[in-house]
Ligand binder design. Structure first.
Ligand code: UDP
Length: 243
């Protein structure tokens, strides 16, 4: 089911496993640039104020409910309790299940983080076909050229909320090649072991966002985006999206 919180579509899925299957199916099937968004209140707020981010969020094939805040808004407004689908776990599972049919390009994070992720992926899934990588601190146009040449079917963009959707809008959306792009935020940092995940109990309480902000106080400004979204979303209508 696809619901719209105002202009922002969200897809309600049963669990991470179902999300993984949908993403692999989309990567296999797509014949144009398409997008999956791991939606949280910060990205939703950025989508409200920036038309490029809004374009990606509104034209995506799948917007998974990655942030607990999005699940709460749906619950408060409709009574439906959607399952939170954790992007960082789901996308890792996708990568554990891809083979030659879905060549992968990894873009983003610091060079050492990216290299560690590549090593872990290759040792955990010998069938993975990584056709290109780039760390996240190079000119966007150069990276885009490399992506086009490498011809991945699955592109992971780990530049952080907002920046990654802006990259996709400018450099992937105008292409005519079959490519599924997913913004994965800080997932490379987590997979490499550089950033520690919140303990399971904290995750189960839906307080992972609080943990991240305590661990990295520099994120506090971004927390304001999430708060702003929660306040404004309460005034929005939540209904089934129009086709
Ligand atoms: N990053 C990057 N290029 C930049 C800025 C950030 O590759 O110009 C990377 C950064 O190294 C980190 C990720 O983007 O790996 C952002 O992580 P963050 O935790 O902020 O993402 P979130 O999931 O919160 O959006």
């Amino acid at each position: 089911m696809r619901l719209c919180i105002g202009r922002i579509p969200v897809d309600i899925l049963d669990n991470n496993e179902q999300a993984k299957k949908r993403i692999i199916e989309l990567a296999n099937r797509t014949n144009t640039p398409s997008f999956v968004v791991t939606l949280n209140p910060e990205i939703a707020y950025r989508a409200e104020i920036d038309r490029r981010i809004r374009y990606i969020v509104r034209h995506s094939s799948l917007n998974i409910i990655d942030g607990i805040g999005i699940a709460k808004i749906i619950k408060w407004k409709t009574g439906i309790t959607p399952t939170r689908i954790t992007g960082v776990d789901t996308i890792w599972q996708v990568l554990m299940n891809v083979d030659d049919d879905i060549p992968v390009f990894l873009y983003g994070a610091k060079p050492d983080v990216l290299n560690t992720v590549v090593e872990k992926l290759v040792s955990s899934n010998p069938n993975i076909n990584i056709v290109g990588i780039s760390h996240g601190y190079r000119p966007w146009d150069r990276v885009a050229e490399e992506i086009i040449k490498a011809r991945p079917r699955l592109l992971l963009v780990a530049l952080g909320a907002g920046r990654q959707e802006t990259f996709m809008y400018h450099y992937i959306r105008p292409l005519t090649i079959p490519i599924l792009s997913i913004g994965v935020g800080g997932s490379f940092d987590v997979w490499s072991g550089k950033v520690e995940r919140a303990p399971k109990q904290v995750q189960d309480l839906g307080l992972e966002w609080l943990w991240r902000n305590i661990k990295q106080p520099s994120r506090i400004g971004r927390l304001m985006y999430s708060m702003m979204y929660m306040i404004t979303a309460l005034k929005k209508e939540v209904r089934e999206c129009e086709k």
